[in-house]
Design a binder for this molecule. Structure first.
Ligand code: MTE
Ligand code: MO
Length: 424
């Protein structure tokens, strides 16, 4: 377990130095080290350069190097724990690449009114990188797990086992542990050691992190030091370690109304976050796959635009976690009327799509918004509700205000004011 080092300010400054395309967003209590994309223009391109990719973690970055790093692997029921050197994982097992749109579950938290606690993100905590690394399936098989019979239905996760990942930023007081269904882990998750063709930067999890394509960032455990295969997800006391184990899985990162305390459970009937919101069988959803969302990247709203031959190109990105994006619409009148945009560019599961719309505005000031719909016909709601609404699902165009400020995907709070000037 790593030592807690002082100097959070220094850590943030160093990250900002290395990442000129980001800016900091601190939370009141100054507990999280975070930076987010500094400009809307980040959302006009498919690949997010490392310099613009947001960073979010709680404890100081642990030290370690790829040569001596090991991953401790254990499962209940069949076999002893093994220690796999990272160097052997990298040298002996296949390397693949996955495109993943990493979105912090707290992206859009700052749009909740009244304010919730913690980091008040606008929309800057999302980015798409190409992560290279070793399939989790290969790692578990190399460790001796019989993966042949481990997979169940990767959409419902019926009868699934779970994979718990632990970060080396864990302390005596608190373990950073997250669990995902084993079928998801075996399907498309990797232990990443590269990002956009570079060695994994320290702040993104060097020397190795889990990447869970299409799922909220918190599931992609950085500085990965342990993997556990178990019948249920992590609960308090389920790991042989000191301190709290289950805070990040069972208490935080769950969607619940004001004043409620989520119950710790072993499993959920569906991992799809939106389905959990709608399911009467799930009390307080876990933030697993990302809900449907879109952002306009250009124009940025930072300066007036002048149409060329009558039109302005509106470009942005749209994503829907494990689900495909069916379409995106654009509105310039606060959502009164909508116009179909065109999807184009790369189309990888778990990563966003680019969209484009030829806008023909009159001069003056307009409110430009985008609204995405996923393959199941679920569209972004207009706004985030209030605690008094007491919503626990998306209803009448309102996303449920929730105490942790998670999974917000309303389109109006992300709309941009654009000033359009005449050609003259
Ligand atoms: N070990 C560890 N992994 C972690 C975290 C952390 O605090 N510790 N933060 C998580 C959260 S909340 C997010 S949003 C993503 C952010 O990944 P990034 O910093 O590479 O963008 O990392 C996740 N992985
Ligand atoms: Mo996050």
């Amino acid at each position: 377990m790593s030592e807690t080092r002082p100097g959070r300010r220094e850590e943030i400054d160093a990250i900002l130095d290395r990442k000129p395309g980001t800016s900091e967003t601190r939370d009141e209590a100054d507990r999280y080290t975070v930076v987010g994309a500094a400009s809307r223009a980040t959302f006009a391109d498919w690949l997010t350069p490392i310099e613009e990719h947001f960073v979010c973690h709680r404890n100081p970055i642990p030290e370690g190097d790829a040569e001596s790093w090991t991953i401790d692997l254990a499962w209940s029921g069949d076999g002893d724990a093994v220690e796999l050197p990272l160097s052997e994982i990298v040298d002996d097992l296949p390397t693949v690449a996955v495109a993943h749109t990493m979105e912090c579950a707290g992206n859009g938290r700052g749009q909740h009114d009244p304010e919730t606690g913690s980091v008040q993100w606008g929309c800057e905590a999302v980015g798409t990188a190409v992560w290279s690394g070793t399939p989790v399936r290969s790692v578990l098989r190399a460790g001796g797990l019989d993966v042949g019979d481990a997979a169940s239905d990767p959409t419902t996760h019926e009868g699934d086992r779970w994979l718990t990942a632990i970060g080396d930023d864990s302390t005596e007081e608190e373990t950073f542990a997250r669990s995902i269904p084993l079928s998801k882990a075996l399907d498309d998750c990797i232990l990443a050691h590269g990002m956009n063709g570079e060695a994994l930067p320290a702040e993104h999890g060097y020397p190795v992190r889990l990447v869970v394509p299409g799922w909220y960032g918190v599931n992609s455990v950085k500085w990965l030091s342990e993997l556990r295969v178990t019948d249920g997800m992590v609960t308090e006391g389920s790991l042989d370690r000191p301190g709290t184990h289950a805070r990040w899985q069972q208490d935080d990162y769950r969607i619940h109304p004001e004043g409620t305390t989520p119950e710790h459970t072993d499993t959920v009937p569906t991992a799809d976050t939106w389905d959990q919101l709608e399911s009467p069988a799930v009390e307080h959803p876990y933030t697993f796959d990302e809900t449907v969302m879109s952002l306009i990247g250009r124009p940025t709203g930072e300066e007036p635009v002048t149409p060329r031959e009558g039109s302005v190109t509106v470009r942005g990105v749209a994503w829907a976690g494990d689900d495909a994006v069916r379409g995106v619409e654009v509105s310039d009148d606060e959502g009164e009327t909508w116009h179909d945009a065109e999807l184009f560019g790369p189309n990888y599961a778990g990563a966003w799509r680019l969209f484009e719309y030829a806008w023909e505005p009159d001069s003056g000031t307009h409110t430009l918004a985008s609204r995405a719909t996923d393959e199941h016909g679920r569209s972004q709601p207009a706004t985030i509700g209030t605690p008094a609404d007491g919503l626990d699902a998306v209803e009448s165009g309102e996303f449920p205000w929730n105490e942790g400020g998670y999974a917000a995907n309303a389109y109006l709070p992300n709309a941009i004011e654009i000033e359009v000037t005449d050609d003259a």
